[in-house]
Ligand binder design. Structure first.
Ligand code: KG4
Ligand code: ZN
Length: 341
């Protein structure tokens, strides 16, 4: 088996990115992502539009992934797809496409949990890439997720904490919207934050128990603060943009780091692997570097391509499950609330 070449075609369609990838064992041959621009004008993902865009994108995206990998579909060993969690209408497109293709090619079908895939993305083999060993703590931070998971083995994971309301990426994006920045505003807050004073405007940190998160209160306090200030000075935002962004980012990163420190204390595990779009944030990267120096942590950040929603991460789970012959049958259905266990 070790010398065997397993070719997995992976499909991801849980939210607003249509993606297909081809892996040969644990190496990526291609990873094509079609990001849906249509949602920008609405300031957030519109589920019905996402589903329709997936239908338009899926065939060209899969063809491109196969062509880039230089693989004919007859060479494929199995099809892996995102079963959930995610938007029902979006998941249905990838699920039904994958089921049909696997049936047509008469090859195994592998269902993948999207959250597990964000974590196992760390095992895609890259030149000079660092791979965590078990156990490690995984923090998945994106526009759709905020979770801290204790990873004991590939398929033995325990959720230690998660958000009770908004995801951390939403906290960035909704704050940016209050400041009049375009969607998704997270990267812009990050950009301006680097030029500002993080202590200029203190925002309250939520009081949420255990290792859970809450971001909706922060958004409200930012909104009230901005409304009050602009009443007194209509140019408040433009005059203080960098300081406001730095203060917002400082608060959000502190919230994440407080919980991470608590998780390390609780588990004794000092290996930290992050994933999700917010992993690109300069503040979180700096905070992790500090954690390495101050607390002896080892941190892992995958290539950005594997942080945001992508099919290569679905493919690595597909490969790991293929080795265990962990296949699913044609009765499988999409699972919008699929919890990792
Ligand atoms: O993983 P992702 O591409 O999509 C999902 O949400 O699943 O993550 C997108 C999120 C958005 O909320 C975006 O604003 C945020 O990641 N993001 C950032 C940065 N880059 C992307 N947030 C803060 N700082 C960044 N540099
Ligand atoms: Zn995701």
């Amino acid at each position: 088996m070790e010398n065997e070449h397993i070719y997995i075609l992976a499909i991801e369609s849980s939210c607003d990115d249509t993606s297909a990838a081809v892996l040969c064992n644990d190496k990526k041959l291609s990873n094509v992502v079609a990001t849906q621009k249509i949602h920008e004008e609405y300031g957030g993902v519109v589920p019905e539009l996402a589903s329709r865009a997936h239908q338009q994108n899926i065939v060209p995206v899969v063809s491109q992934a196969l062509a880039k990998a230089n693989i004919d579909k007859k060479q494929l060993s199995a099809i892996a797809f995102t079963r959930g969690p995610g938007l029902m209408g979006s998941l249905l497109v990838g699920t039904s496409f994958s089921k049909s293709l696997a049936l047509g090619l008469n090859i195994p079908l592998i269902e993948v949990n999207h959250m597990q895939a964000h974590i196992l993305a760390h095992f895609i083999k890259e030149e000079n890439g660092k791979i965590p060993s078990f156990p490690f703590l995984a923090m998945t931070i994106s526009g759709g997720h905020t979770q801290i998971v204790l990873v004991k083995n590939y398929f033995d994971m325990e959720i230690l904490g998660e958000t009770l309301d908004d995801a951390v990426g939403e906290a960035f994006d909704k704050s940016a919207k209050i400041l009049g920045l375009p969607y998704p505003g997270g990267p812009l807050i990050d950009k301006y934050a680097q030029l500002g004073n993080p202590k200029a405007f203190p925002f309250p940190k939520p009081k949420v128990g255990e290792l859970n998160f809450s971001f909706s209160g922060l958004k409200t306090s930012i909104l009230y603060f901005i409304q009050k200030q602009t009443k007194e000075n209509p140019n408040f935002i433009t005059e203080n943009r960098n300081d406001i962004c730095a203060s917002i980012q400082h608060t959000i990163i502190n919230i994440l780091m407080d919980k991470l420190k608590k998780a390390v204390k609780q588990t004794g595990v000092k290996q930290i692997a992050i994933g999700g779009g917010v992993s690109a944030n300069s503040g979180i990267r700096k905070a992790l570097e500090e954690g390495e120096k101050k607390y002896g942590w080892t941190s892992y950040i995958p290539k950005f391509e594997y942080c945001t929603d992508n099919a290569a991460m679905i493919g690595i789970v597909g490969y790991l499950k293929y080795k265990e012959k962990n296949f699913t049958d044609q009765s499988v259905t999409a699972q919008p609330r699929y919890v990792i266990s």
